[in-house]
Design a protein around this ligand. Sequence first.
Ligand code: SF4
Length: 381
Amino acid sequence: MPEKYFIQTFGCQQNVADSERIESYYASRGLVRADALEDADVLILNTCVIRDRAEEKVYGMIRSLRSRLGARSPRIVVTGCLIGAAVRSPGGTMMKRLTSRLPDVEFLPLEEVGFEYAPKRAPGKMASIVISNGCNNYCAFCIVPFSRGKERSRPFEEVVLEAEQAAAAGYTEAVLLGQNVNSYGADFLAEKIKEGEAYALPDGKKVKPVMVRHLNRYRIPTLFPHLLERVAQIPGLTKVSFISSNPWDFSEELIEVIARYENIDRTIHLPIQAGSDAVLKRMNRWYTRAEYLALIEKIRARVPGVAFTTDIIVGFPGETLEQFGETIALAREVDFEKAFIAWYSPRPGTAATRGMEDDVPIQEKKRRFAELDAVTFKGKK
Ligand code: SF4
């Protein structure tokens, strides 16, 4: 009898997509999927660390499972962002703590589950396709550059092939995933970029590297529109969307591609995080409130019927009532279709944790959350 695995996924859509590859990884080793956790020989916990207490949650879950199932407990494998953060923690401190608290648990760094493992998707309409992993942006509140490491883009043709295969298998919607899809390809041919050479797309088109002001270096920020266009042309895909897309490198070219292809989703996720320039600066976000609003207007003018969703953090260190008021005013002005709101929680290793005081009391964070939620809520949760 082959061993059975069960995957429990926490967190975002990218984790869900990673779990689809983790399935393939275990299937390639001869295991089969268990219908329920209780039937599994191996339980894989694909973790999230975007908010605090993630680590405690994993310990708690393992403890309660073992006390509930006793000798019938499956072998446990922990993977995902918690392991990514532990592997990259300075001096291995987090890994040492994890190992001592979970001595009889296996750790699976996601790097071991490469893209050669084709995702085992659940039947349905939508196929998530990871186009890049990791992030180089170091927003002051965010642990992702530590948990997922430096941004790495998948080869253009490999992504297109996966989208074509998904369409051929009957999926009609493709969601292109990356921490910042707009910087897709920025890591390609770094040496050539220094030499000022162009990047050749598979169809022979050349893309020139451009100077990115806030990075003060050349890179190719324009590959994503080409990739999006190529995927939108795949027969059978009636809806193509992408997430996440940062405001600072949302290019004119990208707007043009969205305008040109009706099957590209008209709901765009554009994280603002805060409506105050002072808070945005402390967050290390490279745009101002005015630039964000101008971008929204530009997209609206070019793409009729477009709607926006966003991410907002309330109670970031030093956020005054007046600065929070600017976020409320911006949310009213943009009229987001949906806002994913979080109250700030310090994450290990981030700039905000190292250099800023978490000075907004939790009750006040919750109050600001409720006030913003009331402004943005449209009855669609
Ligand atoms: S919030 Fe900033 S640091 Fe975190 S994944 Fe997004 S762009 Fe990267």
